[in-house]
Ligand binder design. Structure first.
Ligand SMILES: NC(=O)c1ccc[n+]([C@@H]2O[C@H](COP(=O)([O-])OP(=O)(O)OC[C@H]3O[C@@H](n4cnc5c(N)ncnc54)[C@H](OP(=O)(O)O)[C@@H]3O)[C@@H](O)[C@H]2O)c1
Length: 324
C-alpha cells in the first residue's frame, strides 16, 4: 500500500480509502469487523463514513473498531442527512451542522473527526452560514479538515472564494462520484481540484457493483444493490451502461484480472484522484478491490479501458483550439 498527501494538507492517506456505507446494513457487525481487519492488514489507514449510513449504525460500528487505534486512523464523516422527525434536522444550516457533528462524535466514540464532509449542497441555506458553522467546528477542534461531497464545481469554487475572503478553513477534500460509467467529474471537478491543490477521494469506483462482472445487457444477479435498491436502479438504468459493463468484463478477462480490481485501478490512476473509496458487503467481495493496487495501470491500458465509455463533453461549447 502506498500513501499520498491529501491535497495540500500535511496528512498522508493510503492509496485506497475504505467506505463503511455497508456497515450495519448490507454487512452485520461481525462481517464489518472482518472487512475492517482486512483493510488494516493491507495497510489502509483511511476510512469514510457518514451520519446517515444505516441510520447511524455505521458510525457506531466503525467507532468500536477504531477505538484501540484511533490515532492511527484518518476518519471521515458527513452531515446533511436528516436523522430525526424534526423538520429542521437535515441540510446545511448551522443548527443541523453543529448537532449532526456532536451526534457523530458520540456514535464514533471520539473527540474529533479528521475530515468532515458536507454530504450535499443545500439550496435553502446561504453558503456563508454553512461555511461559518464548519469554521466554528474547526476552531473548537471537533473537526480538523473540511470536505464537500456531490457539489458542482461552481459551488466548490464559490465556497473557496468565501472561505478565503473570510479567513475561514476551506474545503480541503472533495468526494465526487467517479467510475468508468460515471465520468462527469473529469470535466470540471478534478480540474478544479488540481488547480487548487485539493485532495480527492472518489466514490462508487465499481459503479455500485455494475462493473463487478455480474451485470450485462441480458445479465442480472438475483440480488445486489442495482437490482434491489430503487435509488441505484435509477442511477444505473440506461442500456449503454450494461453494454459497457459487458465489454469491460470481457476486457478484464483478456487481461486475466478481476473486473473489480481493474475498475478500482482505473479510477486510482487518474492523476487528480488521491484515493478511490472502495466498498463491499463481505471480505470475499473486498479482496479484489484490495488487489487493485497490484495492477500496472499503464497509460495505454487506461486509454483502452476509457474507450469503452463516452468521454463527457467539454465544459464549454467552444472546444476547438484557438492557437495552433
Ligand atoms: N458521498 C456520497 O454521496 C457517497 C455515495 C455512495 C458511496 N459513498 C462512499 O463510497 C463508498 C464506496 O461506494 P460504493 O459502495 O458505491 O462502491 P462500489 O465499489 O462502486 O460498489 C460496491 C458494491 O459493488 C458490489 N461489489 C463490490 N465488490 C464486488 C465483488 N468482488 N463481487 C461482486 N460485487 C461486488 C457490492 O454490491 P452488491 O453486492 O449489492 O452488488 C458492493 O457493495 C461507500 O462505502 C461510501 O463510503 C459516498
Amino acid at each position: 500500500m502506498k500513501y499520498n498527501y491529501l491535497g495540500r494538507t500535511g496528512i498522508e492517506v493510503s492509496e485506497l480509502c475504505f467506505g463503511t456505507m455497508s456497515f450495519g446494513g448490507d454487512s452485520d457487525a461481525t462481517e464489518s469487523a472482518k472487512m475492517y481487519k482486512a483493510c488494516r492488514d493491507s495497510g489502509i489507514n483511511f476510512f469514510d463514513c457518514a451520519n446517515g449510513y444505516s441510520g447511524g449504525r455505521a458510525e457506531e460500528i466503525l467507532g468500536g473498531l477504531i477505538k484501540i487505534e484511533r490515532d492511527d486512523i484518518i476518519l471521515t464523516s458527513k452531515c446533511f442527512t436528516s436523522m430525526s422527525k424534526d423538520r429542521n434536522s437535515g441540510g446545511g444550516n448551522r443548527r443541523n451542522i453543529i448537532k449532526s457533528v456532536e451526534d457523530s462524535l458520540k456514535r464514533l466514540g471520539t473527540d474529533r473527526i479528521d475530515i468532515q464532509f458536507m454530504h450535499h449542497w443545500d439550496d435553502n441555506t446561504p453558503l456563508e452560514e454553512t461555511l461559518r458553522a464548519l469554521e466554528t467546528l474547526v476552531q473548537s477542534g471537533k473537526v480538523l479538515y473540511l470536505g464537500a461531497s456531490n457539489y458542482a464545481a461552481w459551488q466548490i469554487a464559490k465556497a473557496l472564494g468565501i472561505s478565503e475572503r473570510q479567513g475561514w478553513a476551506r474545503f480541503d477534500v472533495l468526494q465526487p462520484m467517479y467510475s468508468l460509467v460515471k465520468r462527469q467529474a473529469e470535466i470540471e471537478i478534478l480540474s478544479l481540484a488540481q488547480s487548487e491543490e485539493i485532495g480527492v477521494i472518489t466514490y462508487s469506483p465499481v459503479g455500485g457493483g455494475l462493473l463487478s462482472g455480474k451485470y450485462g445487457p441480458n445479465k442480472r444477479p438475483n440480488s445486489g444493490r442495482i437490482v434491489s435498491n430503487s435509488k441505484y436502479a435509477q442511477r444505473y438504468h440506461d442500456d449503454w451502461l450494461f453494454d459497457t459493463a459487458e465489454a469491460f468484463t470481457a476486457l478484464a478477462a483478456t487481461k486475466g484480472v478481476h473486473p473489480v480490481s481493474l475498475a478500482v485501478s482505473w479510477v486510482a490512476a487518474h492523476p487528480d484522484v488521491t484515493s478511490p473509496i472502495i466498498g463491499a458487503r463481505s471480505v470475499e467481495q473486498l479482496a479484489p478491490s484490495l488487489a487493485s493496487v497490484n495492477i500496472d495501470m499503464t497509460p495505454d491500458l487506461r486509454a483502452e479501458i476509457s474507450a469503452l465509455s463516452p468521454t463527457p463533453a467539454h465544459a464549454t461549447d467552444r472546444s476547438e483550439l484557438l492557437f495552433e
